[in-house]
Design a protein around this ligand. Structure first.
Ligand code: GAL
Length: 330
């Protein structure tokens, strides 16, 4: 039987598509549409951290599968540009892209943390934005709409995710970074905290409705899962590509107070989220299994990151647990 293979905690196991190529869909997500799972993410460069491997010269790519194990490459769904005048001039970043479907407009909407050419994180215009693209088909090609910042222009956009609730309302969740003092362009500590922002009905812009998750201070890589009245968000700390200890938070209402429920990882002896960083969570169709996706970033070659997918365990006291499995199937 086929299984998700993760190997030892320090291994970089390659996952391949049906053509035998290494799957290169960094920090993306899964959307179920047209009877198939679609796995998308940013295609990174086969270079190290220092050489800029964490940037893209291709864009967001998509793979599709009926069984979550055999992935067929579908191509680039949101492409970078080779036109220096374009907002999408490569190398750049569509970091942590996420896609949801809008039933009213019948459009798929992609949001990401956008970083303009040459793809360096920073605090100037274009270096810390939310970017949005749209398409009437799940597998592209998505039309770039542009960039903006939720809440106000002072809050830089860092890691982000999307969540579509059962009532059709949708939320952009992001690490909002406000620098200490005015006019600063250099990284300083400042104030960084996860925020939940309600999207407009068409999901293409932000509303004024938002909640600062005070408990999720200095956290990033948010991945949300909902079960039996509770929303849970798994996050990482802020140590760049170096792994660190996970912390989860929960709430009964997305725009209400959230509380920490600590590190959900069981027997994570190195306190490194099993040497990974959280990415996204989705439910397996027709089952009660929620999978949480993590990534083992390969800082020597970002085109060869490892994917770690673990089942979320829901506990009676309304907490969640994650257990490392070298391989598993369902
Ligand atoms: C990580 C973050 C990534 C990326 C990276 C850059 O901590 O989760 O999305 O921004 O830092 O160093």
């Amino acid at each position: 039987m086929k299984a998700f293979i993760h190997g030892e905690i320090n291994e970089y196991i390659q996952w391949h598509d049906t053509d035998g190529n290494i799957i290169n869909a960094s920090d993306g997500g899964i959307i179920y549409a047209d009877g198939k799972y679609h796995w998308y993410g940013q295609a990174l460069r086969p270079l190290s951290d220092k050489e800029g491997g964490q940037k893209t010269t291709r864009g967001v790519v998509m793979y599709e599968s009926e069984n979550l194990l055999d992935w067929k490459y579908e191509g680039v769904i949101l492409a970078t540009s080779d036109d220096p005048e374009s907002e999408l001039f490569a190398p750049m970043r569509f970091e942590r892209p996420k896609i949801i479907y809008n039933e009213k407009t019948k459009q798929y909407v992609l949001w990401c943390h956008y970083v303009k050419h040459p793809g360096n994180h920073g605090n100037r215009d274009g270096e810390a934005e939310a970017g949005v693209a749209v398409c009437d088909r799940v597998c592209g090609e998505y039309k770039w709409i542009g960039t903006s910042r939720p809440i106000d222009n002072k809050g830089f956009v860092r890691d982000s995710t999307l969540y579509k609730d059962a009532d059709g309302s949708a939320y952009f969740i992001y690490d909002r970074h406000v620098l200490e003092g005015e006019g600063k362009t250099q990284f300083t500590k400042g104030d960084r905290c996860l925020h939940v922002v309600k999207l407009s009905d068409d999901y293409l812009s932000f509303t004024d409705t938002y909640k600062r998750i005070d408990a999720a201070f200095w956290r990033e890589a948010p991945a949300i899962v909902y079960k039996d009245g509770y929303y849970y968000i798994v996050t990482s700390g802020l140590t760049g590509w170096q792994t660190n200890q996970a912390e989860a938070f929960r709430t009964k209402h997305l725009l209400d107070e959230w509380e920490s429920i600590g590190d959900p990882c069981i027997d994570d002896e190195t306190h490194t989220t099993f040497n990974t960083q959280s990415t996204f969570s989705f439910k397996v169709e027709g089952t009660d299994t929620h999978i949480m996706m993590f990534e083992r970033h390969n800082t020597n070659n970002f085109a060869e990151c490892s994917y770690i997918w673990l089942p979320v365990e829901f506990n009676e006291d309304n907490t969640i647990s994650l257990r490392y499995r070298k391989e598993w199937s369902f």
